[in-house]
Design a protein around this ligand. Structure first.
Ligand SMILES: *[C@@H]1O[C@H](CO)[C@@H](O)[C@H](O)[C@H]1NC(C)=O
Ligand SMILES: *[C@@H]1O[C@H](CO)[C@@H](O)[C@H](O)[C@H]1NC(C)=O
Ligand SMILES: *[C@@H]1O[C@H](CO)[C@@H](O)[C@H](O)[C@H]1NC(C)=O
Ligand SMILES: *[C@@H]1O[C@H](CO)[C@@H](O)[C@H](O)[C@H]1NC(C)=O
Ligand SMILES: *[C@@H]1O[C@H](CO)[C@@H](O)[C@H](O)[C@H]1NC(C)=O
Length: 526
């Protein structure tokens, strides 16, 4: 179904009001399945079941001089597609706000966007009939959905499991002869990861993160609380722990799942917090440096995993730039490391620490590896909450403007309570499953993530987008994609619409209205 929207533009030219019909200027397309909206909170969720699920309209073929805009808004737009014509000069009709694109200062390249295959996510997917499971995974991984290309896998259990377990709970088994994947891997992770790999034609970059070593390997003999591996880096427990990573990579590759990367440890600073409530393990930056240098790096190289990227830190922004400084100033550790993994929960720390870190270590990427809303909040799951989507959008844009190469959401699916989670650390998710009605709800966060993941494909390069002569009003970011096309993302957090023009010196002016409380992705060929 395609129809044209006739625009009427009133221009005040001197004292003479001029009426101009712009009938062929903007067309609205909806060739895809629209959102089956259900109102909750201040916006809507889109309901998917065994027979129906909304899809994203495909990017139209853009001839030079045309642009496309996808809009999602608190008012209920979900990937609403419009196209328009670029103006070749700035006319009197153009508004005052002009953002100018600068092609001469490209920066970081995108690595990817995605979410995590936790036990909880798998348990929720498995609670749906097969036809609904397919729709859920297609929503994330196909070109009719968000085209996720990045995924995180917890190594063994985390809080989003139904209990604490490791892959070798046999006391004293330093040879790891009892190492085995868990029922949860076989039932709730591997099948869905394999399906996602298929849906993306193997374009899914996967990385794994451990929460805790088996309790018997730790000073406190417990997978939670204040504890580290026994002994020191280079010692037998650290060597065994490095081999545990290798065994994990080997077991997953037996299921045709090759990992793109690992992080050294999920939130290593949590492992020094007395009575920390779920799986964790303490490393200081110095311990991590020595573990990578003496144990993990050599073990991965020796066993044929030298191309699996090692990301350090995997903790909040407030560990920057101290943590990478300690690890990466040692060339013997740094040679094994590819990037720095950051979580969003400390994002009140100024963004400038990302710039400082990049300036110190320009050869190491900065990738966000975990984020979620609703932790410690009430309610944990806020259906239809636009504000939670907006928090994602503004955080991602801020980070991309400070050298970050991509962003990873937490659980890809949770239940109505925000679990399961064995310590009741319930949180929100872009997809909430209602098992009793065999349906799932796509939250505003889901669509917000798609405004980035679908369009900022791997290899897209950051470009400057400069507001000319006015105060910043919108969150904005621009990228040139590998095919040479431009993608600009704009997020309006105000209660009123914003009119502006994007100026690409190579093609002209793109006039836009960004609705109140909305996000837009604008695409054109430069
Ligand atoms: C699935 O959703 C569609 C669209 O909302 C609705 O028409 C249909 O009745 C639903 N089917 C089931 C089995 O609930
Ligand atoms: C890019 O071009 C702009 C405008 O022409 C100029 O002001 C700026 O200094 C240039 N930046 C770089 C990094 O060359
Ligand atoms: C954590 O455990 C270590 C080793 O048992 C101990 O030295 C340290 O004081 C503990 N830290 C806190 C904050 O309790
Ligand atoms: C792995 O892939 C190969 C080749 O496509 C196939 O023959 C084999 O069955 C797959 N193994 C698993 C465990 O999926
Ligand atoms: C989940 O499904 C049940 C059973 O159909 C229904 O009663 C309930 O209202 C649904 N929950 C939400 C949040 O829609």
């Amino acid at each position: 179904m395609e129809y044209l929207k006739t625009g009427v533009l009133l221009i005040l030219f001197g004292l003479e009001p001029l009426l101009i019909l712009t009938s062929l200027c903007t067309s609205v397309t909806s060739a895809s399945q629209p959102c089956a909206a259900k109102h909750f909170g201040d916006s809507v969720v889109c309901v998917c079941n065994s027979t129906y699920c909304d899809t994203v309209p495909p990017v139209p073929k853009l001839s030079p001089g045309m642009f496309a805009v996808y809009t999602s808004s608190q008012a209920g737009d979900r990937f609403q597609l419009t196209t328009g014509k670029v103006r070749d000069s700035r006319s009197s009709a153009s508004c005052d706000l002009v953002y100018e694109l600068r092609m001469n200062n490209t920066r970081q390249s995108i690595i990817g966007f995605g979410g995590a295959f936790t036990d909880a996510a798998g348990i929720n997917i498995a609670s749906l009939p097969l036809a609904v499971q397919d729709k859920l995974l297609e929503s994330y991984f196909t070109s009719e959905g968000l085209e996720y290309n990045f995924g995180r896998i917890p190594m063994a259990s985390c809080d989003f499991s139904t209990h604490a377990y490791s892959y070798d709970d046999v006391d004293g088994d330093l040879e790891l002869s009892h190492f085995a994947l868990a029922m949860e891997d076989n039932k709730f992770k591997i099948p869905y990861i394999q399906q996602a790999l298929k849906l993306t034609n193997n374009k899914l970059r996967l990385f794994a993160s451990p929460w805790s070593a088996p309790a018997w390997m730790k000073t406190n003999k417990n997978m939670k609380g204040n504890g580290t591996l026994i002994g020191h880096p280079g010692g037998q427990y650290y060597k065994t722990w490095a081999n545990y990573f290798v065994r994990f990579l080997q077991e997953y590759s037996k299921h045709n799942i090759s990992l793109w990367g690992v992080t050294t440890e999920n939130e290593p600073t949590a492992g020094f917090v007395p009575n920390y409530g779920f799986q964790c393990m303490g490393f200081t930056a110095e311990m991590q440096r020595d573990f990578v240098k003496m144990d993990l790096g050599p073990a991965m190289h020796k066993n044929g995993f030298q191309n699996v990227k090692i990301m350090i830190m995997d903790d909040q922004r407030n560990s920057l730039p101290h943590w990478p400084s300690v690890v990466l100033k040692d060339p013997e550790a740094a040679k094994y490391v590819s990037g720095i993994a950051v979580h969003w929960y400390g994002d009140r720390t100024p963004l400038s620490v990302l710039d400082t870190t990049h300036d110190l270590f320009p050869d190491y990427f900065l990738q966000y590896t975990e984020a979620c809303n609703g932790a410690g909040a009430s309610p944990h799951v806020a259906l239809g909450d636009w504000g939670r989507g907006e928090r994602y959008a503004t955080d991602i844009i801020d980070n991309l403007n400070h050298w970050v190469t991509g962003w990873t959401d937490w659980n890809i699916a949770l239940d109505l309570e925000g679990g399961p989670n064995w310590v009741k650390n319930f949180v929100d998710s872009p997809i909430i499953v209602n098992a009793s009605s065999a349906e799932f709800y796509k939250q505003p966060m889901f669509y917000i993530l798609g405004h980035f993941s679908k369009f900022l494909v791997p290899g897209s390069k950051y470009m400057d987008l400069i507001p000319l002569g006015f105060k910043l009003t919108l969150y904005h970011v621009a990228f040139v994609r590998p095919d040479g096309s431009i993608a600009v993302i704009l997020c309006n957090i105000a209660e009123s619409p914003a009119k502006l023009s994007l100026h690409d010196p190579a093609v002209g002016y793109i006039d836009l209205t960004v609705p109140a409380k909305s996000i837009q992705t604008v695409l054109w060929t430069s």
